[in-house]
Design a protein around this ligand. Structure first.
Ligand SMILES: Nc1ncnc2c1ncn2[C@@H]1O[C@H](COP(=O)(O)OP(=O)(O)OP(=O)(O)O)[C@@H](O)[C@H]1O
Length: 329
């Protein structure tokens, strides 16, 4: 595992600990019968960060989030949320944490507004007289005011997601945890979620957001934890992670198979990307790569330096596990 940067939690005395990490896990493990969903996860969520948990389907993102929130008890390991041990001190931590996780349990025959009223009534921080204002504010924030009086049952997936987000934002939070918040959203809905995350970040709220979309994480997050097969294979600041990639050359050619084969014979790692053949330059130079290709008769239409994107870093760390790329990056 490559841990790029971590902060250490300040050890508290008797009083509530000063929190430099909004959340941390140590040796986290979750078994479902013989399935290892999460293993050896040491996650650091710096206070004030927008941390993207990035990983392919089944890599353990949801299970980790559920353990962070105390919804699932770990098989082994520790979880600390806003300085409180989870799940045992959930009652102390959770009032400060808004969460959007699968199956938020909305009532199908109640309207979006009525559902939020029910949830708001259970918020310890809201007095009865504050509830209507909090509900209206949350609906407005996720752009659901017009559909607020329609039954939840008739909502689209995107509207359901937005109502879940509204529930997470009913009261001001210190931390917001969002599991795949853009699932089912159209591009406009996705932009709205990005805007809300940016607003939360600007107001100092710590955000943890899971996604299998690289572009999503690259666009919204300050920090990233890359999960692969239940373990964190890298975590740290997004910038640092991006800069950790090796230099590469993007080659445009109609004969991609021959190009990859030729480079392989010359021991130059390469792979096909939507932008062309990506040849690793950590052990060779751009002119060398071009010379090898041209000498082998591979027509080269264009060649340029590749930007190290999260996609490259992710592919390297997860050994080319299939990943989704958002259209129009
Ligand atoms: N309740 C459960 N019972 C049995 N196995 C489970 C359960 N929840 C998760 N798993 C398994 O644990 C592994 C990790 O799943 P998890 O949902 O945490 O991954 P994920 O990264 O969130 O994936 P996705 O993007 O598909 O939601 C998978 O192999 C999954 O099948």
């Amino acid at each position: 595992m490559s841990t790029l940067s971590t902060e250490t939690a300040t050890a508290g005395g008797g009083a509530p600990p000063a929190v430099s990490l909004a959340a941390r896990t140590r040796g986290l493990r979750k078994l479902y019968r013989s399935t290892v969903a999460v293993d050896h996860v040491d996650l650091d969520v710096p206070a004030g960060a927008v941390l993207g948990m990035l990983g392919p389907n089944g890599s353990g993102k949801t299970t980790t989030i559920r353990m962070l929130l105390g919804l699932v008890r770990p098989t082994a390991g520790e979880v600390e949320l806003l300085g409180h041990a989870m799940p045992d001190e959930a009652g102390k931590a959770l009032p400060d944490v808004g969460a959007l996780v699968e199956g938020p349990g909305f009532h199908p025959f109640l309207s979006g507004r009525e559902n939020l009223h029910r949830l708001a009534a259970a918020e310890p921080r809201l007095s009865t007289s504050d509830i209507p204002g909090a509900v209206d504010g949350a609906l407005e924030r996720v752009n659901l005011t017009d559909a607020a009086n329609r039954r939840y049952r008739g909502y689209s997936l995107g509207m359901k997601q937005r109502l879940g987000l509204a529930a997470a934002l009913l009261v001001p939070r210190r931390m917001v945890v969002l599991d795949e918040p853009t699932n089912g959203l159209d591009p406009a809905g996705t932009r709205e979620i990005r805007k809300i995350i940016a607003e939360l970040h600007a107001s100092g709220v710590t955000v943890v957001v899971s996604s299998h979309l690289l572009a999503e994480v690259e666009a919204t997050c300050t920090h990233v934890a890359v999960l692969h097969a239940g373990t964190v294979v890298a975590q740290g600041e997004l910038e640092e992670l991006l800069n950790s990639g090796s230099p590469a050359l993007l080659v445009s050619t109609p004969d991609t198979e021959k190009a990859i084969e030729t480079l392989r014979e010359s021991r130059i790692p390469s792979r096909l990307t939507p932008e062309g053949i990506r040849a690793d330059l950590s052990t060779s130079s751009a002119p060398e790569v071009l010379e090898i290709l041209v000498k082998a008769g591979v027509p080269v239409y264009e060649a340029r330096r590749a930007r190290t994107g999260l996609e490259d870093v992710f592919a390297r760390l997860t050994q080319d596990e299939p990943v989704d790329e958002e259209a129009g990056r």
